[in-house]
Design a protein around this ligand. Structure first.
Ligand SMILES: *[C@@H]1O[C@H](CO)[C@@H](O)[C@H](O)[C@H]1NC(C)=O
Ligand SMILES: *[C@@H]1O[C@H](CO)[C@@H](O)[C@H](O)[C@H]1NC(C)=O
Ligand SMILES: *[C@@H]1O[C@H](CO)[C@@H](O)[C@H](O)[C@H]1NC(C)=O
Ligand SMILES: *[C@@H]1O[C@H](CO)[C@@H](O)[C@H](O)[C@H]1NC(C)=O
Ligand SMILES: *[C@@H]1O[C@H](CO)[C@@H](O)[C@H](O)[C@H]1NC(C)=O
Ligand SMILES: *[C@@H]1O[C@H](CO)[C@@H](O)[C@H](O)[C@H]1NC(C)=O
Length: 312
């Protein structure tokens, strides 16, 4: 069965595999596209789901913009935009997302999500910079600039096959810290840049206080990487360590309920997540997660595998 059925607006269930008693964060993976669609999206979602146990994170996956409402987003410790393109939220969804960020929610953006919602200022700032263009897919080197959870597993000079992105602004101009830089002598870019990219050329970065927040509100964290084009990339343990390091770091903002009982959004560790009825969705992770969470570890893994088999 083809597990990837965007037309159904499905949620692929998050797997409640966390160690009992420890905080379990809940993360929404959003992969809607309104322009170019990466065929690596199912590989990406699958790769993230496989990290559920290691990360102690329950993942939900959706392409339904209606999931961007206050009540639903309030369940999440982070929202991930993975290879989204184009105008993937309506005005109501944008308002809910802004509110989520204002309440301390965390953000993780991957690859072409910087080419989404191109006129939505708060979103662009939460990502850090908008995509401009990329030279053709080729081998290149990115250099680790900063010791950070997203770079700890990487070689200092990391050889990758990737679309080397150019951006419309320098994320450092809004306070981002660049963790990976493109080695511009390691690949060919025949394009004409409107903007010199800053020095060195950013490829991945983090924001301690995501700049998408509105003034006066406590910000969560934001992490963005421009890498992630190919299936092969999502099958590369180095790339997975980069993304999961960034996600883990974002969650450690402690601005959400999984890590801070006084937070306003996120998954409360003391009460299993209740996702409420969602009749339009064929698969629903929340219905089973509460039961699984209280089951013994072995039964839990077995149940999770069964769930995966049903989904996949
Ligand atoms: C990438 O993987 C997806 C399924 O996981 C597949 O449909 C697609 O054809 C793959 N792309 C390439 C270029 O092999
Ligand atoms: C964004 O704004 C530009 C300039 O006003 C406009 O040409 C473009 O159509 C807008 N795009 C979207 C998706 O709203
Ligand atoms: C790109 O790098 C891979 C190994 O990472 C190698 O197998 C491949 O031949 C390289 N391609 C080119 C065009 O150099
Ligand atoms: C950048 O790439 C060039 C060409 O591959 C290489 O000679 C150089 O050592 C690289 N520099 C760094 C800092 O990685
Ligand atoms: C860059 O332009 C040269 C000359 O037109 C061409 O041979 C080469 O394939 C181009 N490379 C890329 C990566 O676009
Ligand atoms: C979040 O909490 C952890 C564990 O108590 C702590 O190590 C970390 O410094 C905290 N992070 C922030 C940003 O305060």
């Amino acid at each position: 069965m083809n597990f990837y059925r965007p037309a159904l607006g499905l949620i692929v269930a998050g797997l409640m595999q966390g160690v009992l008693g420890q905080p379990i964060a809940r993360v929404l993976i959003y992969t809607a596209t309104r322009a170019f669609r990466h065929d690596s999206i199912p590989t990406a979602v699958n790769a993230l789901l496989q990290q559920s146990k290691t990360l102690n994170v329950v993942f939900d996956h959706t392409e339904d913009q209606n999931q961007f409402n206050d009540a639903n987003l309030a369940k999440y410790d982070a929202i991930m935009f993975v290879s989204t393109t184009g105008e993937v939220l309506d005005d109501a969804g944008k308002a809910a997302f802004q509110k989520y960020l204002n309440l301390g929610g965390n953000f993780v953006g991957i690859h072409s999500c910087s080419d989404s919602l191109v006129n939505t200022t708060f979103y662009g700032q939460e990502v850090g910079a908008y995509f401009d263009y990329h030279p053709e897919l080729q081998n290149a080197t990115v250099d680790v600039l900063v010791d950070h959870p997203s770079t700890q597993g990487l070689p200092k000079e990391w050889h990758i096959q990737e679309e080397m992105y150019n951006f419309k602004s320098d994320p450092r101009s809004i306070g981002a810290v660049v963790v990976l830089a493109a080695n511009e002598s390691s690949y060919v870019d025949n394009g004409t840049r409107k903007f010199n990219q800053g020095t060195p050329h950013p490829s991945a970065w983090y924001q301690e206080h995501g700049a998408g927040v509105e003034n006066g509100n406590p910000a969560g964290r934001s992490f963005y990487t421009s890498l992630g084009h190919l299936n092969e990339t999502w099958q590369d343990v180095l790339f997975i360590s980069h993304v999961t390091g960034g996600l883990n770091w974002a969650l450690q903002a402690n601005t959400t309920l999984a890590f801070n009982a006084h937070a306003k959004v996120g998954n409360s560790p003391s009460s299993p997540p209740s996702t409420g009825p969602s009749p339009s969705l064929p698969l629903h992770s929340g219905d089973s997660s509460g039961a699984i969470e209280t089951a013994p570890q072995i039964a839990l893994v077995a149940a999770a595998s069964t769930l995966l088999n049903i989904i996949l």
